[in-house]
Ligand binder design. Structure first.
Ligand code: FEO
Ligand code: CA
Ligand code: CA
Ligand code: CA
Length: 626
């Protein structure tokens, strides 16, 4: 989401040259694609050959209406909707009579990330597992009768609001026909909320800056919110990114430590304009009473979905910023490498390398691999990516600049990356390793604040409304290498409206805008979920693009959302025959609770539109997308 995407990076201008022109010229010769040509999406070149690994589904037509649409060879079922009961004793959903207590036992609002882990633990089962879903934020105007503004919420509505945020862990099973159902009796089902007991781990745990009246040791912490995307680790935990957390705080923090004040400024905490009603009713978010609380959010949260009593761990070693998500890979030498983007205009791309090695047969030993290691920020130049270590005492990261220990680096990550000269990007969202190619794909959703003169080689367009995707190539396949190569993969947007870069045979339905989340199928094709395509007059949805072969960079339209929604959280079962994704904030385009622009997915009078998770399958039972 980008409701508060105010650029705050003071170092973001000017950046460097327009080397891209050179770069794109080279690529144009190779691929025949044009930068800025309106003709390219209609395809003057002869149709490229398809290969066996290319997506084979009939392409969906673009559009924008109140319903969900899907490629004709596939079918979708609504698996989980806002308010669905998750436990045997959950009350039925009644949008006119929600309470915090009922919401705490039901599926939350604004589902974003989805991740499937098989049951039992350690198996590769695609018929039974746990689906973990993030609930990023709420839309009170679509949740409560009368569509109150967030600042008008009653205490009871604010409690509903709070309990609708966090995560859900839900056991699901698939029948012989491929249909999924929720097991409400599972002892593994869990709601995680802004009140769930958690712990800070890593360099910032126990710092004076993280001590609060609610956490005298600076280690204990409570809850998670703003959870956007995420990832599954090879040891079966879920990583969830705390992204837009700044709008939940209010109150005068002028008495706070100078470092906190500087930090809040950089993080965009504007204590007089919170978007949540929480600080009015709950002191924990009132900065005049609890000035250090923002130091407890902005992390990657690691959750063990297999143990409903486990205490989620916030991994401060991975930095504190507006984490979109986090995805890990095991490097060939056994070290864990995690990638994460800071989703704000002119913010950075990060990599973490663990201190210890992954042990395939020792889950317990892997559970704290993300507690210790080295965090890096990315600096791009024409020929590659330089990874800059964020280590206390190195270069400018010293006391002179306000850093007293590694804890300060973890807490003030953005400032540390500023000082090292990381490259300000066009809002990094998902960053994921393609398991087939071993290369890293980075979704850069958009940046309409980049002005002419601020373009650089990796963010080549001013007023970047369409977003783009880059591919990074670790040197010799080594994800811990200091230098990577990189290539532009797609410059997105409507080719009729903006300068783009797609495969020349891209169809009139194949262009998209504002890439956000991604996933890879068994062939390594890139599944792209979008957030913001309505800016170009089409619904958000899914597009699938080969990353190799003659159709590299040729997206094909697979699914589109009902109006007002973005599409999030693409994920597959291990056998790739089921696919999950989240339709977030349907109807969020000007409608209200009483008169919404769509009533998807129920289409019942009186029932507002509901964010929902879909399970999708091929009508022939084949891998999804084939
Ligand atoms: Fe919550 Fe980065 O979108
Ligand atoms: Ca987004
Ligand atoms: Ca997102
Ligand atoms: Ca993803």
């Amino acid at each position: 989401m980008d409701r508060d995407d105010i650029p705050l990076n003071p170092t973001s201008s000017p950046t460097f040259s327009r080397i891209l022109q050179q770069r794109m010229k080279r690529r144009r010769l190779v691929q025949g694609a044009a930068l800025g040509s309106a003709a390219l999406a209609t395809g003057c070149a002869s149709p490229a050959q398809t290969t066996a690994s290319d997506p084979g589904f009939p392409e969906l037509q673009q559009g924008l209406d109140e319903n969900l649409h899907l490629s004709a060879s596939h079918e979708a079922e609504v698996l989980l909707r806002w308010g669905d009961p998750l436990f045997a004793d959950s009350p039925d959903f009644d949008p006119n009579n929600q309470t915090g207590a009922s919401q705490a036992k039901q599926f939350g609002f604004n589902n974003d990330y989805t991740g499937f882990v098989p049951l039992p633990l350690g198996s590769n089962n695609s018929d039974r597992g746990l689906l973990v879903v993030n609930h990023e934020y709420t839309s009170p105007d679509l949740m409560h009768p009368g569509s109150p503004l967030e600042q008008q919420l009653t205490m009871e509505q604010a409690e509903v609001d709070m309990m609708a945020i966090g995560l859900s862990v839900v056991e699901i099973q698939r029948d012989g026909a491929g249909a999924w159902s929720v097991n409400r009796n599972s002892s593994l089902n869990r709601r995680i909320t802004p009140q769930t007991a958690m712990q800070l781990t890593g360099p910032a745990a126990g710092s004076d800056r993280t001590k609060t009246p609610y956490s005298p040791d600076g280690v204990a912490c409570w809850g998670t919110y703003g959870n956007c995307a995420g990832g599954v680790t090879p040891w079966g935990t879920i990583l969830s990114g705390e992204e837009n957390v700044q709008g939940y705080f209010a109150g005068d923090f002028s008495a706070a430590d100078e470092r906190q004040k500087e930090n809040y400024q950089r993080f965009g905490i504007q204590a007089d304009t919170p978007w949540a009603a929480w600080p009015r009713y709950f002191d924990r978010w009132d900065l005049s009473k609890n000035p250090n609380e923002p130091m407890h959010v902005g992390y990657i949260v690691e959750i063990d979905p297999y143990d409903p009593n486990s205490v989620p761990k916030k991994r401060t070693a991975l930095g504190r910023f507006k984490h979109e998500g986090c995805n890990v890979t095991i490097n060939s030498d056994g070290y864990v490498v995690a990638y994460s983007g800071d989703d704000q205009r002119f913010e950075y791309l990060y990599r973490f390398v663990s201190k210890n090695k992954y042990k395939p047969d020792d889950r317990q030993a892997n559970m704290d691999l993300l507690e210790e290691g080295t965090l890096y920020a990315a600096r791009f130049d024409e020929s590659g990516v330089q990874w800059l270590p964020l280590v206390f005492g190195a270069g400018p990261l010293t006391e002179e600049n306000g850093f007293r220990s590694q804890a300060d680096i973890s807490l003030d990550t953005r400032k540390a990356a500023d000082l090292l000269g990381a490259t300000p990007m066009d809002r990094p969202e998902d960053v994921e390793v393609n398991p087939v190619t071993g290369t890293v794909f980075v979704m850069l959703t958009k940046n309409d604040e980049r002005v002419p003169g601020q373009e650089d080689t990796v963010n080549p367009r001013a007023d970047n409304r369409g977003g783009h995707i880059i591919e990074m190539m670790p040197q010799n396949g080594d994800h811990t290498a200091q230098r990577f190569g990189w290539e532009m993969f797609i410059l997105a947007g409507d080719p009729e409206q903006v300068a783009t870069y797609y495969h020349p045979d891209t169809s009139e339905n194949g262009w998209f805008a504002c890439p956000d989340n991604c996933a890879f199928d068994a062939q390594g094709n890139l599944w792209i979920a979008t957030d913001g395509a309505d800016d170009f007059g089409i619904a958000d949805g899914l597009w699938v693009a080969p990353v190799a072969g003659p159709n590299r960079g040729r997206p094909r339209h697979f699914l589109r959302t009902p109006r007002g929604a973005e599409l999030c959280g693409p994920s597959f079962t291990p056998d790739f025959t089921s696919f999950f994704c989240a339709v977030q904030h349907p109807g969020d385009d000007g409608g209200s609770f009483d008169e919404p622009s769509t009533r998807w997915p129920d289409f019942h009078a009186g029932m507002p539109p509901r964010p929902a998770v879909l399970a999708i399958r091929h009508r022939d039972g084949r891998p999804v997308g084939s």
